[in-house]
Ligand binder design. Structure first.
Ligand code: MN3
Length: 385
């Protein structure tokens, strides 16, 4: 029987890749969602004939509604439309490729509706890891990571016992500023940060890669996905992005997963698990790559990583605030309102000043999201020391 799936964020880079990948697989598209890109959503809807589509932007909704008026496809609108399409009980799997904190609730709703989640939206677990773990166990659904590092760890753990894992080793490319003089970091412009050496990604995640906050968020993601103690999750810088991550076992044996840096591989594995399905993609040629190198993380250069570990240390609401503050600080940086090195400073100030609680509910996290957003948006950069 064909697997029935919904793709949230189908017009973004992960969503588009996912729709390319499913040509290899036995899959039925039940729902598609987009934020503002009406033209691409219309094209995708005509090609894949889902039962429903949703689009957040209201003007874009009118365009999609009109274009699909002679079809049986149901067109939903706004944040409510997105949540409705996330909660359908006739899907086997929801692929969440939304960007940022707004992807958290759709993950929770998908789980509550009994769907497995193929999760590219790492912010879901950073914002609400504990709640998502709890909800997942209640409905007994799976979360399959669509993040190259977590897919690598997942593949390394197949057939292994988690009790024998000594540590997870996340690899990170180090981004475009791995070798840049720290004294010149204050002059970094959005254009500089948007150039990533190995991966093609959206704007938000590209800035997160430049600040290495992306790696920090991935540490938190790994803690929840693999139910691992934060002390057992390490990072090593690996500029070639060929080893996607590793697992070290108690006997010092290390397993790694390798591949060219192409998101199609983790996307397909999340949809085809436990199988590796044949493709015509370019194979990894290690002789051509010649050398793989490794370095320690420089925390002075990348304070965002330290903040991510610190948020895990503080537990409770701290990782949620870290995540939302980072998102808002990144937008302010992209708008040229603050400098690159003010991103971690704003996050730290928000973490220190929020109303901390140990075991927040979804509603607590949502109100904290509003608080943090306003706090970071309105914080005058002249007070950042
Ligand atoms: Mn990643």
């Amino acid at each position: 029987m064909k697997k029935k799936i919904t793709i949230l964020g189908s017009t973004g880079s992960i969503g588009v890749n996912a729709l390319n990948v499913i040509n290899n697989l036995e899959i039925d598209i039940v729902g598609l969602s987009a934020n503002t890109n009406s033209q691409l959503l219309i094209e995708q809807a005509k090609k894949f004939q889902p039962k429903s589509v949703s689009i957040v932007d209201e003007d874009a909704y009118l365009i999609v509604k009109d274009a699909l008026k002679n079809t049986s496809i149901d067109v939903l609108c706004g944040r409510n439309g997105l949540l409705e399409i996330s909660s359908r009980d006739d899907v086997d799997l929801v692929l969440n490729a939304l960007v940022g904190s707004s992807g958290m609730l759709p993950t929770v709703y998908g789980i509550r509706a009994g769907a497995d989640i193929a999760l590219s939206n790492k912010e879901s677990l950073v914002m609400a890891g504990k709640i998502i773990e709890r909800e997942r166990k209640k409905t007994n659904v799976n979360i399959f990571p669509i993040d190259s590092e977590h897919s690598a760890i997942w593949q390394c753990l197949v057939g292994e016992s988690k009790e024998e894992v000594k540590r997870l080793i996340l690899t990170g490319s180090g981004g475009p500023f791995r070798e840049k003089k720290i004294s010149t970091f204050k002059d970094i412009k959005p254009e500089d940060a948007l150039k990533h050496p190995n991966w093609e990604m959206g704007k938000k995640i590209t800035i997160d890669s430049a600040s290495m906050m992306n790696k920090g968020l991935e540490v938190i993601e790994a803690v929840w996905l693999f139910e691992m103690d934060p002390q057992k999750v390490d990072i090593v810088v690996h500029p070639q992005s060929i080893i996607h991550s590793m697992v070290e076992f108690d006997d010092t044996s290390v397993k790694a997963q390798l591949g060219l840096p192409d998101m199609k591989i983790p996307i397909q594995y999340a949809l085809s698990y436990p199988n590796h399905i044949e493709t015509n993609w370019e194979p990894l040629d290690l002789v051509k790559i010649k050398s793989l190198t490794f370095e320690n993380v420089n925390y002075e250069r990348f304070p965002c990583i330290k903040l991510a570990y610190e948020s895990l240390n503080r537990e409770g609401t701290s990782p949620s605030v870290l995540n939302v503050a980072n998102e808002q600080a990144v937008y302010r940086f992209l708008n040229k309102e603050i400098g690159f090195m003010e991103i971690p400073k704003l996050i730290e100030i928000a973490m220190d000043n929020h109303d901390w609680t140990e075991d927040p509910s979804i509603d607590d996290i949502l109100s904290l999201e509003v608080w943090t957003t306003n706090f970071v948006k309105s914080f005058s950069s002249k007070y950042i020391k």
